[in-house]
Ligand binder design. Structure first.
Ligand code: UGA
Length: 440
């Protein structure tokens, strides 16, 4: 099929490359000409394992190209995937004006009947709104061809985006016409034939809701185990063993029960807010989601309590923050717990020094005010305490001796539960973790 992907961010670029790999002819469109130029030069504009190789393969095969000319992008499209940003608004809901703008542009430039598919994460009812915009614009412009609205949420994780997209757990699409359903079947037919992955065909609103409910549920799991970690800290239990014991129940499972500094990224914080906002708009107060948010923020407060327990007040103290990215495997800093913690510490008068194996260039651009350390040892040198914020491999491998030699005071707050408490306490460190054995 002739596919156009509008917005070549994390979801758009990886999806475009995957569609091309499945044999479709794909155009990636973005109005950011600099991004398009980077990708026309053959390089993705962000770091994602395996993406460079996949892009080279499909662009060399002539199946994927990029443009910032909307007419060129939409002229031959049979199906258009909307992958533009839906950033949060001050009231908690997402800003859907970019999605609406794409709807208008597609109506103005499409030359045939086509399917407009929301892939950006949007609240239920966005499809209906888009249909309304399209109907009005179609009538205003006196056009003949129909534009069908569909929802096809994406479930990729950053850092595993290529793998998640090429081998998803499921494909979900919601449509309100046979034309749209058949087009989406055709897009995913190669994947379903190769991988046999389950397909959920549904209505547009249900597809939209599956995405928000999935992310909110995963965030709830993380906050649940983080609340359990708080109890573990107080009764001397070990949250990792508790999670393992819980996870053997197949109804619970093991994944997304890792306690620590909490969730960040461009998805969970925004989607939990947006889902709570939607619920409230339609007359249901989803208080559980407020708790999920509060527990998440409380994990940072717990790290600060542990630091204050060791250091008394934090004014004038230097804290080494190990990790800046919101999780390992990405250089993405959006809603990173590490950066929120840095802000909290600075507000208390502390000085921070931040290390990350991959994300430091982004820290330099996005948070030039934060002092950076190019190596782990430079971060530790003379600091009063270290906090593990992101569980990168090189951070996980730090031996107790290295902390003892580098830090001014031997204090380690393991915000991601990556070290062996016995080994660290045994080596003479004042070691604290999140819901596991800590020094008293
Ligand atoms: C998340 C979802 O996992 C994807 O399914 C979804 O498609 C994506 O959002 C999206 O909506 O686009 P992502 O934000 O890339 O993916 O990252 P995750 O791997 O889910 O991690 C999110 C945050 O939760 C990270 O800060 C991570 O450190 C934290 N986390 C994760 C925990 O604190 N504990 C866990 O057990 C798991």
């Amino acid at each position: 099929m002739n596919i156009t992907v509008v917005g070549v961010g994390h979801v758009g670029l990886v999806s475009a490359a995957a569609f091309a790999r499945w044999g479709h002819d794909v155009v990636g469109y973005d109005d950011d000409a600099a991004k398009v130029a980077t990708m026309q030069g053959g390089a993705p504009w962000f770091y994602e394992p395996g993406l460079q190789e996949l892009l080279s393969e499909v662009t060399e095969a002539g199946r994927l190209r990029f443009t910032s000319d909307s007419d060129d992008a939409l002229r031959d499209a049979e199906i258009v995937f909307v992958c533009v940003g839906t950033p949060p608004l001050p009231g908690g809901g997402p800003n859907l004006s970019y999605v609406e703008a794409v709807g208008r542009t597609v109506v103005a430039q499409a030359s045939r009947e086509l399917v407009l598919v929301e892939k950006s994460t949007v609240p239920a009812n966005t499809g209906r709104r888009l249909e309304q915009v399209i109907a009005r614009e179609t009538e205003r412009l006196g056009l003949e061809h129909a534009i069908h609205v569909a929802s096809n949420p994406e479930f990729l994780k950053e850092g595993a985006a290529v793998e998640d997209t090429l081998h998803p757990d499921r494909v979900v699409y919601g449509t309100s016409s046979d034309f749209a359903r058949d087009a989406l079947r055709a897009v995913y037919a190669p994947l379903v034939e190769q991988d046999g992955c389950p397909v959920v065909e549904t209505d547009v609103a249900s597809a939209e809701l599956i995405k928000h409910a999935s992310n909110a549920f995963l965030a709830t799991r993380i906050s649940f185990i983080n609340a359990v970690a708080q109890i573990c800290d107080r009764v001397g239990a070990d949250v990792q063993t508790v999670a393992e014991g819980m996870g053997h129940d197949v109804r619970i499972g093991h994944r997304f029960l890792q306690a620590g500094l909490g969730y960040g990224g461009s998805c969970f914080p925004k989607d939990v807010d947006a889902f709570a906002h939607l619920a409230s708009q339609v007359g249901y107060e989803f208080g559980l989601l407020d708790e999920v948010r509060d527990i998440n923020a409380g994990q940072r407060a717990a790290v600060i309590r542990k630091l204050e327990h060791e250091l008394w007040h934090l004014n004038g103290k230097t804290i080494a923050l190990l990790g800046a990215a919101f999780k390992p495997g990405t250089d993405d800093l959006r809603e990173s717990p590490a950066l929120h913690l840095a802000d909290d510490l600075i507000a208390l008068g502390a000085e921070v020094r931040i290390y990350d194996p991959v994300a430091l260039p982004n820290v330099e651009v996005q948070r030039p005010d934060l002092p950076r350390a190019e190596t782990i040892d430079a971060a530790l040198a003379g600091a009063h305490a270290a906090v593990v914020c992101t569980d990168w491999d090189d951070i996980k491998k730090i031996e107790p001796q290295r902390f003892l030699e580098g830090l001014a005071y031997p204090i380690v707050i393991d915000g991601r539960n990556v070290y062996d408490p016995e080994a660290f306490i045994g080596a003479g460190l004042r070691y604290h973790s999140m819901g596991r054995t800590s020094v008293a």
